[in-house]
Design a protein around this ligand. Structure first.
Ligand code: PMP
Length: 435
């Protein structure tokens, strides 16, 4: 983190009086962050890369790249198993990352934090194990209509096995949850509510507090899909009082194939294990097996200990860009980009922005009448811009808004207002070519 601190200390060397120089302050803070991301230096199709697919995966900062390199080239031995120093060092990095995650989401104990391979794996774990233990024929799992496929299909599979059903909390036309319908959703058959904190298509910060309060009033636990939420806002699982919280490492500047499941101890202790194998056992005989205490009960087999260890530098990076002056500049930059993008997209003839409401992260899914989303994305790619197009693993959201695909530009703190302006200029050119 030394590298980052050096950059941060140089914040806004262009001026002493901040009052008159917000532009340079923002520029400088963002440029300093960009320097930590070598991937942003590339060219694509002969143009400087403008990477706007951060909701799919983020680029990696130097401290994360450095740790992964150091571990692969030296600090590499299987975790938890051996009585020699190298294995101790790897284990210390792996468990140190767990502690970093615990602090980052304010989980009470390390036992609440399970390493998985991603949000998808975390939700599948809960869907399988929770439903196995608590769900019976005729029961109901409520999910929110803005869900990613990974918060739909695992519940359908688990409910299918038990003869239970999935019930959907619908969306209003502006993409917000229709909270008036929540009361009608909740009855004595509901066993769990699985809710999206921020949809990867709509980018709206959902009213989780209200949902969790309502569910808990009926003693119904809540799982939160935090894949996008944890990247854009501070998360305190105790304050939120969710029962489970799931997120991925690769979207929050860490390694691919890594994820977290936070769970309240009561559930994690009562649910059966997910996978069986090494590391998740107490004693094994051919007749009977006992399980390891939490968190290892849910971590069968050799984990991606190198990837998981990268949670530490990744979350330290996030902590740094949320703090102090840098944090203020990042927040200002994101607000500026969001205001600019909403205004600029509205001004494009025939452009529909989905999730055009307050409490929005800098994520913009849209269509332009007369142009196919995939064609727009391909033309933007020729101009060096990486955006996502298609269903974005959320087909029911597409159906809700009467389309089969959208274009999505999703920004990270290393993206600049100039990149947003370049996107809009290129989008206008693309639309002209396609119409
Ligand atoms: N939920 C949401 C809201 C997401 O944005 C994503 C990734 N696009 C996922 C779940 C699945 O994450 P992963 O593929 O990393 O498991």
């Amino acid at each position: 983190m030394k590298l980052f601190t050096t950059f941060a200390a140089n914040l806004c060397f262009l001026c002493v009086n901040r009052k008159h120089c917000s532009y340079f302050c923002i520029m400088n803070a963002i440029e300093n962050i960009r320097k930590l991301f070598p991937a942003l230096e590339q060219e694509m199709n002969g143009k400087k890369l403008v990477y706007l697919d951060n909701a799919a995966t983020s680029q990696k900062p130097l401290p994360v790249i450095g740790l992964i390199e150091r571990m692969n080239s030296g600090i590499n031995a299987n975790v938890h198993r051996a009585m020699y120093r190298l294995s101790d060092e790897t284990t210390a990095l792996y468990e140190g990352a767990r502690e970093e995650v615990r602090k980052f989401i304010n989980a009470p104990e390390r036992e609440n934090v399970i390493f998985t391979s991603g949000t998808t794996a975390s939700i599948n774990l809960v869907a399988t194990c929770f439903c196995e233990r608590y769900v019976n024929e005729g029961d109901v799992i409520v999910i929110t209509a803005d869900s990613h496929h990974s918060n739909i299909v695992p519940w359908q599979l688990a409910c299918g096995r038990k003869g239970a059903h999935v019930r959907i909390l619908p969306l209003k036309d502006n993409g917000e949850w229709d909270m008036d319908q929540l009361q009608d959703m909740i009855d004595r058959r509901v066993r769990l509510v699985a809710a999206t904190q921020i949809s990867n298509v709509l980018g709206l910060i959902n009213p989780l507090d209200e949902l969790i309060l309502t569910a808990h009033r009926h003693d119904i636990p809540v799982l939160v899909d935090g894949a996008q939420g944890v990247v854009h806002m501070p998360v305190d699982v105790q304050e939120m009082d969710c029962d489970f919280y799931a997120f991925s490492g690769h979207k929050i500047y860490g390694a691919t194939g890594t994820g977290i499941l936070y769970g309240k101890k009561k559930w994690l202790e009562e649910m059966p294990p997910y996978m069986g194998g090494g590391d998740m056992v107490g004693t094994v005989t051919f007749e009977r097996t006992t399980y390891a205490p939490l968190p290892l009960k849910y971590e069968a087999g050799t984990p991606d200990f190198i990837g998981a260890s990268s949670f530490k530098p990744a979350l330290e990076f996030v902590g740094n860009i949320r703090e102090g002056e840098t944090g203020k500049e990042v927040a200002r930059s994101e607000k500026e980009i969001t205001e600019y993008m909403r205004r600029a997209l509205r001004e494009i003839d025939g452009c529909i922005l989905y999730g055009d409401a307050e409490n929005k992260i800098p994520l913009f899914s849209f269509n332009v009448e007369g142009c196919h989303a995939g064609d727009i994305a391909q033309l933007l790619d020729k101009m060096g811009i990486a955006v996502r197009s298609g269903m974005m693993c959320a087909e029911p959201v597409m159906t809700r808004f009467g389309t089969t695909s959208m274009v999505r530009a999703s920004f990270a703190p290393y993206n600049t207002l100039q990149e947003a302006q370049y996107l809009i200029d290129c989008l206008k050119k693309a639309v002209k070519m396609l119409r």
